[in-house]
Design a protein around this ligand. Structure first.
Ligand code: NCN
Ligand code: DMD
Length: 395
């Protein structure tokens, strides 16, 4: 088995017993039932993911910022020069970015991963060089990446997640840096959800009206050029259905349950193959690496806090590869980029923080991290009605 196959095979869906225990425990704590709102669901979610209630405290946390460049920058979709990706990597390594300040605030470590910056980087403490390519090809003209590049970037993300967990991290936070990557994110979101480009495409770092119009057209062209009409799984490949249909005749005598299981397995395999194609067509190297990072965290048994629209679009790919991965994710925030809400609603994730952030780097995930810790701490430390001798509400 490849690293990616092993990782996908290791991801378990939420444990229903732990979920039920966590819900019941929440209801015994000295507070009106449901009074902690969305935080109660976060604690229950983490219990399901860890298959134990209460779930372990998600500390310490590690942020990984995946950096890469984009061929689609040539279409004039970002007001910023491409070299800002490289320059911001230098800023992260020097501790001068917003992500560094927020990481210090919440005690998270910061690792910068070069998966596709269009320049050679010198080795430095805190930098991991896992370069797959010097940026992607222009996704509006055809596939942004080869299948080999997608696999390499996904596996690079898995390896970073594994190593951070081996080094003691108990919560992973996604981060990204890549000028023009909101265009790739919008295209991925359209492909995976079927949403229209005009709805999913936003102003990124702050483009004017004219550039936004061009950006929407670039996303439309990218979907067309790559034969992606969009769909519930981003499964635009006709091969998906053909592979499934081809298996049907041999299955007529198989027991109904077994047939259903095998049928679901075949469908999942087709969906995964299609997700790889979609990533290659309109994704970025950091999107693929972040998808791998999310899968790697889930496989290693730690929760993953997703940052903004780049992470949201990468999570769509991860979920198409391994649907159970969503049970291990927490949506840190909802970015101002409109496609992010589309992605989160498709994933069924509720963002914890809504501050109209549109920075990336992991900033929204880092701000949400103390809320996730607080949600879990409640489960460990708050007294029950019984233990504190507090009268429960009359039935
Ligand atoms: O996280 C987000 O939702 C987000 C929204 C807008 C912009 N960004 C960041 O801005 C850069 C991409 O913006 P753009 O306009 O060049 O596509 C990239 O480095 C992202 O981290 C990030
Ligand atoms: C300055 C700058 C910082 C960023 N951080 C993440 N994306 C970014 C884009 C720009 C342009």
């Amino acid at each position: 088995m490849t690293i990616l196959e092993q990782t996908i095979a290791a991801i378990r869906p939420a444990d229903p017993v732990a979920v039920a225990e966590a819900r019941a425990h929440q209801d015994r704590l000295t507070k009106p039932r449901g009074a902690l709102g969305a935080l109660e669901e976060v604690a229950v979610r983490l219990a399901g993911a860890a298959a134990v209630s209460p779930p372990p405290l998600p500390a310490p946390a590690a942020l990984a910022i995946f950096a890469a460049d984009h061929g689609v920058h040539a279409q004039g979709v970002s007001p910023w020069p491409q070299e800002v990706t490289l320059q911001m990597v230098g800023n992260f390594l020097a501790g001068g970015a917003v992500a560094n300040a927020f990481a210090t605030q919440v005690g998270a470590s910061v690792t910068v991963v070069d998966v596709g910056v269009a320049a050679d980087l010198d080795p430095a403490p805190g930098l991991r060089i896992s370069k797959v390519a010097y940026g992607t090809a222009d996704l509006s003209q055809g596939p942004a990446m080869t299948a080999e590049q997608v696999t390499a970037a996904l596996e690079a993300g898995v390896v970073v997640a594994r190593e951070l967990v081996e080094q003691g991290a108990r919560c992973l936070i996604t981060g990204d840096m890549g000028i023009a990557n909101t265009t790739a994110s919008a295209a991925l979101i359209c492909a995976f959800t079927g949403q229209d480009a005009a709805v999913a495409t936003g102003r990124g770092t702050g483009v004017d009206d004219e550039t936004l119009e061009r950006k929407v057209e670039v996303v439309r062209r990218a979907l067309l050029a790559n034969g992606l009409t969009g769909g519930p799984d981003g499964a635009a490949s006709p091969g998906a259905q053909t592979a499934h249909a081809a298996q049907m005749p041999q299955m007529v005598h198989i027991e109904q349950k077994e047939y259903k299981e095998q049928s679901a397995q075949i469908e999942q395999t087709a969906q995964a193959a299609s997700a790889m194609k979609t990533l290659a067509a309109v994704g970025g190297l950091e999107h693929a690496a972040i998808a791998g990072f999310i899968l790697g965290g889930a496989a290693a048994g730690v929760p993953v806090i997703l940052d903004g629209v780049i992470a949201g679009s990468a999570a769509l790919a991860a979920a198409a590869l391994a649907p159970a991965v969503v049970d291990h994710c927490v949506a840190g925030h909802r970015s101002a980029e409109p496609g992010h809400a589309v992605a989160l609603s498709h994933l069924g994730l509720r963002p914890l923080v809504e501050l109209e952030l549109r920075l990336g780097e992991g900033t929204g995930g880092l701000l949400a991290y103390p809320l996730v810790c607080a949600a879990v701490r409640v489960m460990h430390e708050v007294a029950t009605f019984d233990s504190a001798g507090v009268s429960d509400k009359e039935a």
